[in-house]
Design a protein around this ligand. Structure first.
Ligand code: SF4
Length: 270
């Protein structure tokens, strides 16, 4: 329903509200030019299975669905820092529905985040794991969606980390409340697959939804730990792998059970 009665109105009004200047927005300072294989829709020159298939769809039908446009085409351009106005022109030229009011907000705003967050709160960048979850391309691709370096590194996974690294490098030149900087910080932080050495040193990281859930469940578990009897071997705050003792639901002790006995232990610790 949102697509019919909400989203189109939103896009239409953004287009008329912001005016012609929207076309030249480039909040992420992306300046690279589009490669010739992309400009000429040369799908055979591309080994990445998802990108090759989507490019072939544009070449043969002049149209692909909104999601491949965002997730495969726009995502690739965003990761590589292609000039947003040139990407918009490409969409105009190659798509049957390349109307100005459709393409400007969707490409400049939603796909390339060139409006600095006017239309969407964070850049639409995703790695191979995301594409693998949302499509069936990866199983037959020569690249591995989880690899970011090496000969079998997925171009989307490598590109995703390259994009984050560029954002972190330019963070000093961005306003401190730039949502893209904060997003890059939270996306690269511990617990998001960042690993050692990628902890963000700039911006105020936005708490991810999973992070908030995790902290919420930890607080609830702490509250329970102050009121529920626990066996010594399931100490509060120390969670063993596979043991949900401090974050999972505690079993209520049977009436009359002796604190510390097996009857009062969480099921996962027995
Ligand atoms: S492994 Fe990477 S390049 Fe290959 S289909 Fe999956 S996302 Fe696309």
């Amino acid at each position: 329903m949102r697509q019919v009665i909400g989203w189109r109105d939103y896009v239409w009004n953004i287009y008329w509200h912001v005016g012609p200047a929207y076309r030249s927005r480039n909040a992420l300072s992306a300046r690279r030019s589009l490669p010739s294989w992309f400009l000429e829709l040369d799908a055979e020159a591309v080994e990445a299975r998802c990108l090759s298939d989507v490019l072939a769809g544009v070449r043969d039908r002049g149209w692909v669905h909104h999601i491949p446009r965002l997730m495969v085409l726009g995502n690739y351009a965003l990761q590589r820092g292609w000039y947003p106005a040139a990407v918009t022109d490409w969409f105009h030229r190659c798509f049957l529905d390349g109307y100005d009011w459709v393409m400007l907000p969707n490409v400049v705003g939603m796909s390339q985040h060139a409006d600095g967050g006017l239309m969407a709160t964070k850049p639409y960048a995703g790695g191979g794991a995301y594409l693998n979850r949302m499509s069936d391309y990866c199983s037959l691709c020569r690249y591995a969606p989880t690899r970011r370096v090496g000969a079998s590194a997925c171009p989307y996974t490598a590109g995703y980390w390259w994009f984050l690294a560029r954002k972190r490098r330019t963070a000093g030149r961005q306003p401190p409340d730039d949502p893209a900087v904060a997003w890059a910080g939270s996306a690269a932080g511990p617990g998001r697959g960042g690993g050692a050495g990628v902890r963000p040193r700039f911006g105020r990281p936005i708490a991810s939804r999973s992070g908030r859930r995790e902290r919420g469940s930890r607080r609830r578990a702490d509250r329970r730990s102050r009121t529920s009897p626990r066996p010594d071997r399931c100490r509060p705050r120390r969670v063993r792998p596979g043991c949900r003792g401090s974050s999972g639901p505690l079993t209520r002790a049977p009436r009359g059970a002796v604190p510390g006995s097996a009857a009062t232990a969480p099921a996962s610790c027995r």
